[in-house]
Design a binder for this molecule. Structure first.
Ligand code: ADP
Ligand code: MG
Length: 706
């Protein structure tokens, strides 16, 4: 999916040649050097500049006296330079530049290490604003503070005695300059800032003083979130308030208004795309008639949970609907998504169509292959494999014909193709593709999903994820997908207890593991990524392997990491599944999908290096059988902050709560994985906080004049 850029957003869509589209280089005071600097900040037009968001504000109406400054507390102060100088040492290789300020209450030393050019910016007698944290009291010192020299004159009202915006800068651009530039440009172009969604506003006479949402029933009891958003500043006012607020409260009001614009723009895009899709995409009837599903469920060995059944009803409705299904299935780890996807596949197969299932790793694809063979082959359905290392069905006599025949196949042998990224390569084709299933879809990019879909003619799409998606992301990033949720785990599962321990407790941990191994259980020991940390990381895990072998002898340990060949990986996994290997030492490779119910212990070393959602995924490998499970997160002794973060996992097994915590702490990019492209880049919107605004935007988008 593609998102509108903010540059486009700043230009109202109903105006062709908006003055806000004017290039900054045409403005007074912008020569080639400034133009290049502005470009580095992504600022090309007046519209861009007006949306350049301050990174913080400084209330320059009130100051701390120098005498009142506290250790380790960021604050703003001001003073006059009474002394300054540059010292060089280590044969001129190193330097420290220092200014000493006095404000009548005390003296403050500001130092810059190895930045000798700083001396060009200050002179004795200058008055200076300083923002930073004291790092010592005697004498009062701040290293590398942010500073701004105070000039008097007509411009001074822009910079002092007010709440001053502090902008992101680039090399060579002074804070004062951009502040003045924005101030001037705002004044010049104020009249050109029009309401982008006039249909949403109540008519007011003359220039809109406020953006009053018409009453679209948004304040009704069902939508309490609309409260407090009904009256927001006009666009012009919001831009004023975000740059030059008169009160601290203005800043958040303005942010909300500008964020709402971003969200409405995005929702319009999503809803338009959906409309276009529904106009051109004809659906294939794939609801099936139960002739496979009935015997499948009868032999399954357990009954579906209520949540699974509810989701299946939603899927069946989509599969028989007028437009191809576009659905996201989310369910916490272990909630039983695979069986649901199998039923969905059977609906398509019953209807005479083939199905493709893509998984992010070979291990997972292999696991699916085993399950689907066991389930589907008795029904006469061929199950084939397509991975990087396995381009055809293995020499398995029950498996039916080889893949090359599939590509050219005109016969109607019903086929379920399972694979990794190899499925989207040009060499792979599957006739009569009725349904595409993508497992652990957050590991794939949007383009990969689209590529697989293009192997058919508007097939149905089911994407699955065990990373619970906070609702804000569901409505934005996945806005064009319908969402089903399995919100219940199968019964009869043992509990998972989670403990955060420091590395010095490891001997106790190993003793505990020996106890559990003696009872017949199995364990995972997870070590952070080898793949990405180069040969030294690999060494670490191999060394750890030797170490564990002696620590846990005579139990058998298998080693699993991304550098192994597929066949080697499969050998280790098979051993582990059969409990011939008791302990699996692995990289986060096993994060997704692996299902070995007898494994009830998981130790994660250096756990502070992982995100919470990822740890939750890892932990999802245990707690799959009837025995109680134990997850032990080993954290660095020193890192108290990390240990605190990890406590979220001690406290809850609820994937949604964990994902929301992770979204707040690390942002959407980290939560969803690096693969995720098409993440909207909001300047004012905040995906961790703005659920109410996002919902409002979704409801308003159709009213905004699509
Ligand atoms: P995930 O949702 O994480 O992909 P899986 O589909 O791998 O979970 O299911 C986890 C385990 O739960 C599997 O062993 C599966 O057979 C089992 N399972 C699924 N549904 C049920 C159910 N309704 N009752 C009991 N066990 C189930
Ligand atoms: Mg799964």
């Amino acid at each position: 999916m593609s998102f509108v850029s903010l540059t486009e957003m700043s230009v109202p869509s109903n105006v062709v040649e908006s003055p806000l589209a004017r290039p900054l280089k045409e403005l007074r005071g912008v020569g080639t050097e400034r133009e290049a600097q502005l470009a580095r900040l992504g600022l090309f037009t007046v519209g861009d500049l007006l949306l350049h968001r301050p990174r913080r504000y400084e209330d320059r109406r009130y100051f701390r006296n120098i005498a009142e400054l506290q250790l380790d507390e960021a604050s703003t102060t001001r003073g006059t330079i009474v002394a300054l100088g540059l010292k060089r040492f280590k044969k001129g290789m190193r330097s420290v530049f220092e200014i000493i300020l006095d404000d009548g209450t005390g003296r403050l030393h500001c130092r810059w290490w190895n930045l000798p050019f700083m001396q060009n910016y200050f002179a004795q007698g200058d008055e200076v604003f300083v923002f930073g944290k004291l790092n010592s009291l005697k004498p009062r010192t701040i290293d590398h503070p942010e500073t701004e020299v105070i000039y008097g004159g007509e411009e001074s009202s822009i910079h002092i005695n007010r709440i001053a915006p502090i902008y992101p800068l680039t090399e060579g651009m002074p804070q004062r300059w951009i502040r003045s530039f924005i101030h001037r440009t705002l004044g010049e172009f104020e009249k050109e800032i029009v309401e982008p969604w006039p249909k949403l506003c109540e008519e007011t006479q003359g220039v809109a003083a406020s953006f009053r949402l018409r009453d679209y029933g948004l304040t009704s009891k069902e939508r309490p979130e609309a409260q407090g958003y009904k009256e927001l500043p006009s666009k012009a006012n919001a831009l004023h308030m975000v740059h030059f607020p008169e009160a601290i409260g203005d800043i958040e009001l303005a942010r909300r208004r500008l964020a709402l614009d971003e969200f409405i723009e995005l929702q319009r895009e999503i809803q338009l795309r959906r409309k276009r899709f529904e106009l051109k995409a004809q659906s294939r009837p794939c609801a099936g008639d139960n002739h496979f599903i009935k015997p499948f469920l009868a032999k399954l060995g357990f009954t579906l949970t209520e949540a699974q059944t509810k989701v299946l009803r939603e899927l069946r409705k989509d599969m028989g609907g007028a437009h191809p299904m576009r659905r996201l299935l989310q369910g916490d780890v272990g909630s039983g998504k695979t069986v649901v996807s199998a039923c969905c596949a059977l609906m398509a197969l019953e209807s005479g169509y083939n199905v493709a299932l893509m998984a992010p790793t070979e291990i997972l694809a292999e696991q699916h292959l085993q399950n689907f063979r066991r389930w589907f082959e008795p029904l006469g359905i061929r199950v084939i494999m397509q991975t990087g290392s396995q381009k055809s069905v293995r020499a398995d006599k029950t498996a039916g014909p080889m893949l090359p025949e599939v590509a050219e196949s005109t016969s109607h042998q019903l086929t379920m193709a399972i694979g990794t990224h190899a499925l989207i390569e040009d060499g792979f084709a599957l006739n009569h593709l009725g349904l595409v299933i993508i497992d652990e879809q957050h590991k794939f990019g949007v383009t990969q999903r689209e590529k697989l879909l293009r192997k058919g003619n508007y097939p149905h799409l089911l994407v699955m994820t065990a990373t619970p998606i906070p609702r804000t992301l569901g409505l934005t990033l996945y806005g064009e997908l319908d969402v089903s949720t399995i919100d219940e785990l199968p019964t009869g599962r043992g509990r998972i207890k989670t403990f955060v321990r420091t590395a010095d407790k490891l001997p106790k941990v190993w003793a505990f593991i020996r106890e559990k191994l003696a009872e017949g259980r199995q364990a995972y020991v997870v070590y952070p990524r080898v793949e990405e940390s180069g040969p030294t990381g690999l060494k670490a895990v191999t060394k750890e392997f030797e170490n564990l072998k002696s620590l846990l002898a005579p139990y058998r340990i298998g080693l699993l990491h991304g550098r192994l060949k597929a066949a080697e990986k499969e050998l280790v996994m098979t051993g582990f599944r059969k409990n011939q290997v008791n302990i699996l030492l692995a990289t986060p490779l096993i994060e997704v999908g692996v299902d070995v119910p007898n494994a009830t212990i998981m130790v994660i070393e250096n756990s502070e290096q992982f995100g919470l959602a990822q740890l939750h995924q890892l932990r999802g490998r245990i707690g799959r059988g009837a025995h109680d499970s134990f997850c032990i997160l080993i954290a660095a002794v020193k890192n108290a902050e990390a240990r605190q973060r990890l406590q979220v996992l001690e406290e809850t097994n609820d994937g949604f709560r964990i994902a929301e915590a992770d979204l707040k702490i690390r942002g959407p990019g980290e939560l969803l994985g690096q693969q995720q492209s098409g993440l909207p880049n909001f300047k004012f919107g905040n995906l961790a906080e703005d659920l109410a605004l996002i919902r409002l935007a979704r409801d308003l988008a159709p009213e905004s004049g699509l």
